[in-house]
Design a protein around this ligand. Sequence first.
Ligand code: ADP
Length: 423
Amino acid sequence: MAQSATISFWKLSIALAAALLAGALLGWFAGGHVASGVALVALFEVVLLLTRIRHQTQPMMPAPAGVSPLQHDRFMTRSRRIASSLRDLRNAASHLPDAVVLLDQQQQVRWFNHAAENLLGLRRPRDRGVLLHQRLATSDLSGWLQDGALEPINDVMAPGHPESQLNVSMLPFGRRQHLLLARDISHLNRLEQIRRDFVANVSHELRTPLTVIHGYLELIDPEDVPELAPVLGEMRAQSKRMGQIVEDLLTLSRLETQHQVADERVPMASLLATVRKEAEALSQGRHQITLESTAEADLLGSPKDLHSALSNLVSNAVRYTPIGGSITIRWRRTPEGAAYSVSDTGFGIPTTHLARLTERFYRISSSRSRDSGGTGLGLSIVKHVLNLHQAQLQIESMPGIGSTFACHFGHARLLTAGGSDEN
Ligand code: ADP
């Protein structure tokens, strides 16, 4: 009875370990980094448990009293089969393509796989039991580990393979233990670079022919060819739109490759006045436009990029608010710093679209956007400009009621209006 319970425990353990490994591998290849990490932790624990039990049962001891030699032989055969399955499981875990390091509560290394040797430069048996942040002292990962590794870190140079960049995350489990996962993202970065270069080159190449076409269209006087006047008007509008798309794509390419912005004083009183004037010109009296400025602060950053971002939001508010609606531009203090916001009483945006609005060419309604003269790149530019200023875009909207787009700037980006740095 006791033996059959033991055997079913073995079977159950093996089945569990195999299922966890399959889940981990499947999740891993499907890109579910964290979920497969959890499965891997559980797998590792099962492997440890089985190893321990194996060691307890391994010595070829004579059959204990009360157990027949036949039963004992069967038991030993099963034990050997289990040991072999165990080796297979450990091998599979060792050969995962991403680096996996198991850490105890002091961040000492308990186990790591082959990819961790290659990507993180760990060596066995030397690095078993070492403090990981000390072992990686020359890498950016060391400071990240010492700061608690709370958020995943991207684009870190691989300590064991300097040509590779890593995405590294930490997964807590058990009693204050951790699983460190590192994925080589160099090939993704290369693809992203190819995409960026392609978009920048195409946009650049399109600029000159478009300028020529636009120039010739402007030279033709519709009064000379009245029968072509409507076609001419449409051609001019479309070439202008294409020109704007190309300019926006070039702006985005520049913003994407930029890592920081100029630290210039951006006087908000004049920027807000300009933005308001632009809104009035675009609206042509069809909306009620109000400006409320109470922050008494200037911004520190790129005047050109901030102007582009802030006026984009106002232009959207005008374009997506029906005639007679109202638009309010605000510049006010917040506990975290200051916020620039544009509220409208326009069409509004269903919640399901909010998370994707800042993607390039993402539109709720292509026809409405096209009719309103949009390029589909405005909010993407806003997001990039704000990122470069360590600011966040917050969008609140109710279909049929209206929307508020708010840009939240931290204290580090504020200057007392007409005065000095606030910090
Ligand atoms: P577009 O050039 O199409 O306006 P944007 O990136 O500026 O591109 O905006 C993306 C989409 O977000 C728009 O197509 C529109 O559907 C929606 N949108 C942006 N601002 C507003 C707003 N104030 N009210 C309603 N919808 C908006």
